[in-house]
Design a protein around this ligand. Structure first.
Ligand code: RB5
Length: 142
C-alpha cells in the first residue's frame, strides 16, 4: 500500500516522526521539507491529487491543528479526509466513512497517540452496506 504524506510547518515535526516510525511502509513524502512557514492548502492539494490519480492508496495530512488542512482536502470530490482525534474515531473513520486521508494536528496531538490511531485505522475493515449508500451521496453534493 502506497501512503502519501504531507504537512505544513505546523505538522512538519510530526511528519518526520511518522516517517521514522513507519520506515518499512511505502511512504511518499510530498513536503513540506523544513519548518519554514508555508500554506496548508498547497499540501492538502498535493495529497488529494495523489489519491485521486491513484498514485497513492491512502493519505496522511498534518497541520497545526489538523483543522485547516481537513477543510482544504475535503473540497476535492472523492476525498474523505478524517481528523482523527481518538482511536475510536480512527476505527469509525474506516468502518463507516472509508476515509482516504487521515488528518492530525502537529501542535495538538502526541506522536504515540497518532501512531495508535493510524494502526487502529489500518487494522479496521470498511463495513460497506448502509455506509456505502451515504458515501455515494457525498460525491453528488454541490
Ligand atoms: C499555521 O500557523 C496554522 O494555522 C496551520 O498549521 C493550521 O493549524 C491551520 O488550521
Amino acid at each position: 500500500m502506497k501512503i502519501a504524506i504531507a504537512a505544513d510547518h505546523g505538522g512538519f515535526e510530526l511528519k518526520e516522526a511518522l516517517k521514522q516510525h513507519y520506515a518499512d511502509l511505502d511512504l511518499i513524502d510530498l513536503g513540506t521539507y523544513s519548518a519554514d512557514s508555508v500554506d496548508y492548502p498547497d499540501y492538502a492539494q498535493k495529497v488529494a491529487r495523489a489519491i485521486l490519480s491513484e498514485q497513492a492508496d491512502l493519505g496522511i495530512l498534518i497541520c497545526g491543528t489538523g483543522i485547516g488542512i481537513s477543510i482544504a482536502a475535503n473540497r476535492y470530490k472523492g476525498i474523505r479526509a478524517a481528523l482523527l482525534y481518538s482511536a475510536e474515531a480512527a476505527r469509525l473513520a474506516k468502518a463507516h466513512n472509508n476515509a482516504n486521508i487521515l488528518v492530525f494536528g502537529g501542535r495538538t496531538m502526541a506522536v504515540d497517540d497518532v501512531i495508535n490511531r493510524i494502526d487502529t485505522f489500518m487494522q479496521t475493515s470498511y463495513e460497506g452496506g448502509r455506509h456505502q449508500r451515504r458515501l455515494n451521496k457525498l460525491d453528488i453534493m454541490e
